[in-house]
Design a protein around this ligand. Structure first.
Ligand SMILES: [Zn+2]
Length: 163
């Protein structure tokens, strides 16, 4: 896998049969022209892991939409482990509800028993039926093991899955 730096964003790129696998980590902002990445990504289907994306601003979001549009013209765009901040931004943009397939994403959870907070990965395939009804699955608390609940309005994460 090759790694390059776009501003404050680390970009990992790995050609795979039929397309590419991309890993993004850091900040997507004015200093990360994602549109320029396209030339480096082999044509075909693309899987993007954004688990390490900690910050996205409005300029970064425009760049993200540009990137997805171009990749979408060349194949399927699948997202894995979408970071919490990116997931909330994507839910605000209807175009992104249909142009990508989200396999899993991070979401803020809170434990009502011990007060712990965490951002576990939610499997959107396993829980597809519940997500389509705007119901986030309960997740096990890393501190005490009881069921944690989503710590925010379901729409913030789940609008894009709504049936
Ligand atoms: Zn707990």
């Amino acid at each position: 896998m090759s790694v390059q730096r776009l501003g404050r964003l680390d970009v990992g790129l790995e050609p795979v049969p039929g397309g590419a696998r991309v890993t993004l980590a850091g900040r997507i902002d004015d200093a990360s022209p994602l549109g320029e990445l396209v030339a480096a990504i082999p044509a075909g289907d693309v899987v993007i892991d954004t688990s390490g994306v900690a910050f996205v601003n409005s300029v970064g979001m425009r760049e993200w939409i540009r990137l997805v549009r171009v990749l979408r013209d060349r194949g399927l765009v699948t997202l894995e482990r979408v970071s919490d901040v990116l997931m909330k931004q994507m839910n605000l943009i209807p175009e992104l509800h249909t142009s990508v397939r989200v396999l899993s994403f991070h979401a803020q959870y809170v434990c009502n028993s011990c007060g712990a907070e965490a951002a576990p990965v939610v499997d959107a395939v396993e829980h597809a039926a519940g997500l389509a009804r705007m119901q986030a699955p309960n997740m096990s608390c890393p501190e005490c093991g009881t069921a944690m609940e989503l710590g925010d309005f379901p729409e913030r994460y789940l609008l894009m899955f709504r049936a």
